[in-house]
Design a protein around this ligand. Structure first.
Ligand code: RIB
Ligand code: CA
Length: 310
C-alpha cells in the first residue's frame, strides 16, 4: 500500500492530541513529523503538550517547534476550553523528550522539496506555520499535493459569531493558504460538531482498555466538561480528529467544492471563512468544504486505530 506522506501541524489542545494518536498509527499514512504552532495556548505549552503525547504513546515521530505568534494580529488563545496548560486533565510522566533543533517552517520546506511524489499538510491549528513556509519558499506550493485542514465554517463561528478559532487566530495566514492555489479540504465546524464524543462513545473507547485509550478517556472527559460549561453542549466535538479521519477514509464525510474567501478587514467578522455555497459569485472554487459526517464510519475508524496501541 502506498502510504501518504503527511506533516501534522498542531496546537494541542485535546482534540489535537487525539488527532496525533490517530495519525501516528494509521496504516496508510507516513507521518513525517509533527510541527507545533501557538494556538490553543502559547507555543511553549502547545510544544510541551505535543512532546508529552509523543512521549507517553512512544510514537517515535520527530516534533518541530514553530511560530510563536500570528503573522499580523495580536495573539489569542483558548484556555477556557483546553485549560491553563492547554491539555488540562491527564497527568503525564516526567518528560525528557525534546523538539528537533530545526524550526518547523524549515522542516515543512525541506520535507516538501525532497518529497518526490509531493506531500500532504494537515494543519489543525492556526495556519501560521504553513503560511510562513509558503511566504519563505513559494516554490513548495508545487510539492504540496493537498492541505486537509481543520478550520472555518460556512455556518456559525465558535470564537466569534462569525469566525472559527483556527482562522480567527491568524486570518492573514489563512488568507495566504486559501489564495495559494493548493488543493484544500476545509474541515469546518459544520462538520466537526457532528463528531461529539458523547458518554457512550467515551465508554466504547474506555472498553478498548490500553494505556492510550485510558489517556483519551481522560482527555475527552475534561474536554467535554469545558464544552458543557462554555457552550452548554453535552460533549466535546473532535474537531481535529475529523481532518485526519478524512485522510484514512475519504468516505468518512462528504464535501462540496466552493469558493472560500477569508475576511481580514472587518472588526465584526474578522476571521470568517466566507463560503460561496451556491456559487453566486462565480469565483474559482478553491476548497472542498466538509458537509456530512458518516458517524458510524468515523467512530469505527477511530476505535479501530486506537485499538492498535498496546
Ligand atoms: O475551533 C476548533 C479548533 O480550535 C480546533 O483545532 C481546536 O483544537 C482549536 O485549535
Ligand atoms: Ca487544534
Amino acid at each position: 500500500m502506498r502510504r501518504e506522506k503527511i506533516i501534522l501541524d498542531v496546537d494541542p489542545g485535546h482534540d489535537d492530541a487525539i488527532a496525533i494518536l490517530l495519525a501516528a498509527r494509521a496504516d496508510n499514512l507516513d507521518l513525517r513529523g509533527i510541527t507545533v504552532v501557538a494556538g490553543n495556548q502559547i507555543l511553549e505549552k502547545t510544544l510541551n503538550n505535543t512532546l508529552n503525547i509523543v512521549n507517553y504513546a512512544d510514537l517515535k515521530v520527530p516534533v518541530y517547534k514553530g511560530m510563536a505568534k500570528p503573522l499580523v494580529r495580536k495573539q489569542v488563545t483558548a484556555g477556557h476550553i483546553h485549560g491553563e496548560s492547554g491539555l488540562d486533565g491527564p497527568d503525564f510522566p516526567s518528560l525528557t523528550l525534546e523538539a528537533e533543533k530545526k524550526h518547523a517552517v524549515d522542516f515543512i520546506i525541506d520535507e516538501a522539496l525532497k518529497a518526490e511524489e509531493g506531500i500532504t499538510l494537515v494543519p489543525v491549528g492556526p495556519l501560521t506555520n504553513i503560511a510562513a513556509a509558503i511566504l519563505l519558499k513559494p516554490e513548495i506550493k508545487d510539492k504540496i499535493n493537498r492541505i486537509v485542514m481543520m478550520g472555518g465554517a460556512y455556518g456559525l463561528g465558535n470564537r466569534t459569531p462569525a469566525a472559527e478559532f483556527n482562522i480567527y487566530a491568524d486570518a492573514e495566514a489563512a488568507d495566504i493558504i486559501f489564495k495559494s492555489g493548493i488543493d484544500i479540504t476545509m474541515v469546518g465546524l459544520d462538520l466537526t460538531f457532528q463528531a461529539q464524543a458523547y458518554p457512550e462513545i467515551i465508554d466504547r473507547i474506555s472498553k478498548i482498555g490500553n494505556k492510550v485509550t485510558d489517556l483519551v478517556v481522560e482527555l475527552l472527559e475534561f474536554f467535554g466538561s469545558t464544552y458543557q460549561d462554555f457552550y452548554g453542549l453535552k460533549a466535546g466535538p473532535l474537531h481535529d480528529v475529523c481532518a485526519v479521519a478524512k485522510l484514512i477514509d475519504d468516505d468518512v464525510f462528504t464535501t462540496r467544492k466552493m469558493h472560500v474567501d477569508i475576511e481580514t478587514d472587518s472588526s465584526l467578522t474578522y476571521g470568517r471563512t466566507v463560503c460561496d455555497y451556491y456559487d453566486v459569485t462565480g469565483k474559482k472554487k478553491n476548497a472542498e468544504v466538509a458537509l456530512d459526517l458518516n458517524k458510524e464510519k468515523f467512530w469505527d475508524l477511530l476505535c479501530d486505530i486506537l485499538g492498535h496501541y498496546n
